[in-house]
Design a protein around this ligand. Sequence first.
Ligand code: DGY
Length: 319
Amino acid sequence: MTKPVIWITRTLSDATMARARRDYEVIWDAADAPGGAEDIIAMSGQVDGIIPCHSEHFSADVVARLDPRLKIVANHSVGVDHCDLPALGPRGIVVTNTPGVLSDATAELAMMLMLGAARHAVAGDRVVRSGDWDFWSPAFLVGKQITGARLGIIGMGGVGRAFARKARGFDMEIHYHNRNRLTPEDEAGAIYHDTLDDLLAVSDFLSLHCPATPETTGLMNADRLARLPEGCVLVNTARGNLIDETALLQAVEAGHIGAAGLDCFATEPGGNPAFARHDNIMMMPHVGSATVRTRDAMGFKALDNLDAFFAGKPSLDPV
Ligand code: DGY
């Protein structure tokens, strides 16, 4: 029997590539460059399915020009903001994602950024690494303690809940805002705020874990940043466009935001060079899910979704 042909747009884990090559005819380019609009359109006539990452953009314009051969977009990501779902739906193209398997890895990175931002990890590392560490005082690099502090979480899906579990280990008091209130079991003592403004007012630390949608674009704007307590530490491992970066920069420069830990930026790759002027902004290049175990799990989930589709079964992770 001929194998379905799939395009794997980026370099996935070795285990994922091996399994994909066993079960499919795989098109993959070792150059590991993002697929642009014309690449996606051209490839859609040669393949039955695509495993893209968030670096490939299925905009309405691209979707309108896809070849009917393409039947499934099995994303190697939980976020699907790079896919215009209202455009893909009517084309009959199945879209899936990888929920659940990257929650712990992303929550670990959020914890690293929260701790690092709160305790001057950027400045501390630099002064030791550069050989310029020639001074010590009790007043040196004094940070903000997280133990017992109030943590606000926006979005209590898989990643938000995983982050809450880890923060409980630091005795943080968990507050959250979510479209729907969680069950008492999932809340595990977290305090629900039915409005975002209520949550912001109590968030000494704030971590973003909601999807990027037209409604959440610019969610953390100047007005909402101003509602946070003085000195709040803001963490974003979700998507860059949740934050108005100009407003964040102003709030950091005014001292209202005490520190920030960012894994996501409005412009990726690249980030925001203006943030680099501030040691109290700790940054990583969108690598929340980048652990060996999680990359394998994401790749396998994308392949599970393809397998189900080509076996004529219902989608495992439809979006
Ligand atoms: C996701 O899965 O959405 C991560 O941001 C990596 O793409």
